[in-house]
Write a protein that binds this ligand. Structure first.
Ligand code: NAP
Length: 479
């Protein structure tokens, strides 16, 4: 998504660009993930690019197939696809002679003035290595690598993991009457939210900008009414208490059996992990064809999973919905800056960045949705609007000055200090989650959406050090 979003702005600015894509099609994580039940979990209208509105969504939270179609249509209709080299995973980016040399899988190299790692953070699957994993004689796969060649009819299916992926998969397979065991190491708070169909009338109304604006405002108000304001997770206070109680109340109403309810009740407070939304997960785990298994996985055997009590659950299929290496960002690509400095060395003690986008000592190398971006609380296109707006400003400065730019170490440290000092007040710092780094710090934006936009408006170009650039950047930039 971020590569396509940026491409639109580069094209508008007349900047020559090339996109390298490791997969055979566009969509990133929406290309990889095709599991049953996949839906976007923010209101789809806020997931559209503001400059590419569509009105073909079937549901308020659209199925993954529609998001993938949207991104594919966008790339084709806007001509971005002509700039994409598919099946081409960049191996290395090295700053040589004041420009970036990219090394491609066939060993060939290409030189660019600017490199943007629009790689996302959900592209390296985390596959657990339980004792005996390799001995399993059935089919198994990670949730982002669904094997649609396997017919699930009559199969006994185990799903490991209770993040958004695991919850959506179990909800869907359970409803389809499959025999499902859900292996729950840590129960999750789940927001019970209905996924309404978008009616043909609504679709027509969404074509009229003024009415679409009215619809959007109504949906935003509805979202606050049902999910709370964006600040309850950021700042302790009464609203957090009210929202927390709401999760307990909804669980109590959905799961009358006190024993099961107790097992499904997380020990950590709501909002410390990313909250999955599901209209029916709690109903589904109470169906006779679905069994929650608590405590995680002790080991895998040729014919199933052994739980911590030593009980063997015989299975034909295991789905590992165990998440991603969310701090990989552009890696395994190797980034080597001036003087041989590598990203691997910079991030040895944990990932960080300047405003989610820049790395000190790495001239003209930028990330989109990098460390400390608000990827949990702000819809991705809104994050991108702020980040890409700032990046375009930086490109303009490069062109005017004919120099390469990297944030200074001081400005990066000041940004990281500001963010880290706000994190302890947020719910994100109350447990381990996929934002947490090795040192236990949540790598996430702890402020509001508006503060995210404002930080770029206020950002000072003086925060950036100048480096020699190979050629006069007043000539078209090659990004
Ligand atoms: P995740 O939120 O990181 O969840 C991973 C799950 O696997 C957790 O329940 C974790 O348990 C469990 N797990 C990991 N290793 C395990 C092990 N060794 N043994 C037992 N359990 C293990 O991953 P995800 O569900 O793929 O979601 C990642 C993010 O992707 C989401 O938060 C969201 O941002 C995005 N996503 C979005 C959508 C959407 O928009 N529709 C859908 C899916 C995903 P612990 O909690 O105990 O570690």
């Amino acid at each position: 998504m971020s590569g396509l979003f940026l491409a639109h702005h580069l094209a508008e600015a007349g900047i020559e660009y090339q996109i390298f894509e490791k997969r055979a099609g566009v969509g990133g994580t929406w290309y990889d993930n095709t599991y049953p039940g996949l839906h976007v979990d923010v209101i789809t209208r806020s997931y559209e690019f503001p400059f590419a509105r569509k009105n073909y969504w079937s549901k308020r939270y659209a199925p993954g197939s529609e998001i993938r179609r949207y991104l594919t249509d966008f790339a084709r209709e806007q001509g971005v696809v002509r700039h994409i080299r598919f099946n081409t995973e960049v191996r290395q980016a090295e700053w040589e002679d004041d420009a970036w040399t990219l090394t491609l899988p066939d060993g060939s190299t290409e030189v660019f003035d600017v490199v943007v790692a629009a790689t996302g953070f959900l592209h390296v699957p985390k596959r657990p290595t339980f004792p005996g994993t390799d001995t399993f004689e059935g089919h198994s796969w990670h949730s982002s690598e669904w094997d649609h060649g396997v017919d699930l009819t009559g199969k006994r299916i185990g799903v490991v993991g209770t993040g958004s992926s695991g919850i959506q998969i179990v909800s869907e397979l359970g409803k389809q009457n499959h025999d499902v065991k859900h292996f729950i190491r840590t129960p999750q708070w789940i927001q019970i939210r209905q996924n309404k169909k978008i009616s043909p009338l609504e679709r027509v109304l969404l074509r009229v900008p003024a009415l679409a604006g009215y619809w959007d405002r109504r949906v935003a108000a509805l979202r606050v009414a049902t999910e709370g304001s964006e600040t309850w997770r950021l700042i302790p206070g009464d609203e957090r208490t009210v929202q927390t109680q709401r999760f307990y109340d909804e669980l109590a109403e959905a799961v009358p059996d006190p024993v099961l309810r107790d097992k499904l009740t997380p020990k950590d407070p709501p909002g410390c992990k990313r909250i999955p939304k599901s209209p029916d997960y709690y109903q589904v785990v109470q169906r006779p064809n679905v069994t929650p298994v608590f405590g995680g996985v002790q080991r895998v055997e040729p014919n199933g999973i052994v739980d911590p009590d030593g009980t063997l659950h015989e299975l034909d299929v295991i789905v590992y919905a165990t998440g991603f290496d969310t701090h990989a960002y552009m890696r395994p690509m190797e980034v080597v800056g001036p003087g041989g400095l590598t990203v691997e060395e910079m991030w040895a003690d944990g990932v960080y960045s300047y405003r989610g986008m820049g790395l000190p000592g790495m001239p003209n190398f930028f990330l989109l949705n990098g460390p400390f971006a608000p990827v949990n609380s702000v819809a991705i296109p809104t994050c991108l609007r702020d980040e890409v707006g700032f990046l375009m400003r930086l490109l303009d400065t490069m062109q005017r000055e004919g120099r390469a730019l990297a944030p200074s170490a001081e400005s990066t440290a000041a940004f990281c200090d500001t963010v880290r000092s706000a994190l302890p007040g947020t719910t994100y710092s109350l447990c381990d989650n996929w934002y947490t780094d090795k040192g236990g710090v949540a790598i996430i934006w702890p402020f509001t959406r508006q503060q995210h936009a404002d930080q770029y408006a206020d950002a000072d170009i003086a925060d950036f050090e100048r480096f020699p650039a190979r050629r006069e950047l007043a000539a078209p930039v090659r990004a």
